[in-house]
Design a protein around this ligand. Sequence first.
Ligand SMILES: [Zn+2]
Length: 614
Amino acid sequence: MYGYFDPKGIRPCGWLKTQLKIQANGLAGNLNKIWPDVKDSAWIGGACEGWERVPYWLDGYIPLAYMLEDPEMITVAEKYVNTILDKQEDDGWICPCKPEERQKYDIWAFFLIGKVLVLYYEFTDSKKALKGLYKAMKCLHRYIVEERRIKLFDWGEHRWFEAMIPLQFLYSKHKEKWIFELASELRTQGTDYNNLKEHWKRPLNIWTQDTHVVNIAMMLKYESVCHQLLGYKLKNEAEDLWRHIEKYNGTAVGIFTGDECLSGLANNQGSELCSVVELMYSCEIIYAVTGKNVWADRLEKIAYNALPATVSDDMWTHQYDQLANQIACQIMPGPKVHFRTNSGQSHLFGLEPNFGCCTANFGQGWPKFAMSGFLKSRGGIIAAFMIPSELSTKIGGKKVRIKTETDYPFRMSCKYTVTADDPVEFTFKIRIPKWVIAFKVNGEEQKKSDYYKIHKTFFGKEEINIELITAPVLKTRQNGLKYLQYGALVFALPIEAEYIMHEYVKDGVERKFPYCDYELVPKSEWRYGFADETFEICEKEGDTYPFSSKNPRITVKAKMARVEWDYEDGYESISAKEPVSDRAISEARTMELIPYGCAKLRMTEMPKVKIKAK
Ligand SMILES: [Zn+2]
């Protein structure tokens, strides 16, 4: 339905550019200097991991480098991609393994590097990357379709649809039958998630591919990425799948629980960071392909809440698992940790808590979101997300520039400036989030709709000022608990934290400031409930970090009262799923809730308390 613009024409600005710079100066921008699995990867001739980690990292590093126009980072990206292409075998095989190991090599990484080469080509027009991609996919066709020497298994079997992204791209360049054949064969051999729905209704304490939260976050887009190449009719399966997973494993911030397999509805269960960024990417694609606004609303909720919450302000450390009610991030002693399939330190902020996949993969979140601000429609431009950025493109051969200036989601207004040097007729559509009560354009109230649409001949400079009108609301979760949402932001009660630093070396990997591990120990009371539903929005200056845990740009004053609330049975640093009672045990007092994305220790789901009559 919608298409992507050439990413070379998109420039992040404002807080989004600041966020991307923080990422570039943090872990994702420096893994090539400090982390053996990227620095000394087998992909570039080293002795370390030669599977998903370098392609995962490049998938975020490439758009970050080019969108920030950072010459040093661009040199690094070029070096990695060119080395990978230089090491490609004559028959097209591109992954680092010996010829005799090919049949045992899980080709999920093959799909992933294909996706990375497409991304690299989009930013560089590199003929070498295009040629390498063609050779690589042709080689895969030979192995899988012609000679049937590789059969999908494990990750490749469960993530088969990711190959559609490079294959669809190749097909747009070369209309050759083998591309379709390979896509069809992958579809035949790959997992059909529609058959697995029964497994998602009840969380298990065993690890399976079929309930793996990252696989599930990724697979939602399978129909969207298949339909063009394989000629599928879009049946809106993603919507059914989403609703089913959300019903049994949803959270307040739009992600699913899964540490790392689906973990139910409890607010004290974890969600893996890889699933956060993969869910964002799925929503981006599904929205672009189906044009259904609900996917854009879902994406905003995840991007502005779940993503910043699970990464430190400076983006040097991250969690493997985040919890909605996260009263502590402390190592769980003893053999039986609270998580279902992860270790007892999965919720620490660190270099690679639990496992290193998120370390490599989390970097795709912000840059890909930044690439999705504008979408192409037939005969026009969609302002899909109110993120500060600038688009330069051409319509009918004439230059058009659109600049989005906004502090959304911290503020509710946005200024679009459309500039056309020559008269050019097109439709400019601005997406309006579903939760608005009303909205104004240049001061005038409009009829509520999914888009504000202008069709005209643009010439010169034109400003369009949008103002969204909404109010803070309490929404209901499992066990009748409530959480507070205002616009795209979820607000949580912050808990003061003492940071305990751990610097150490494990399996040859060094944790050293600023990429060390931290335990977060609670230093303030967390057992509260909402005393009423009157809330006061406080807009603040904040500090240099858009999602600052110390000085958030927006807070909400709320009346809160203490309740009786225990720890989860058998644990000293995990809150029980619900309070003992929703009766207030203190007077109500005004407290400041901050964005979920800013609160590293927090209570998100709390009861609406019953106050004793005086
Ligand atoms: Zn991960």
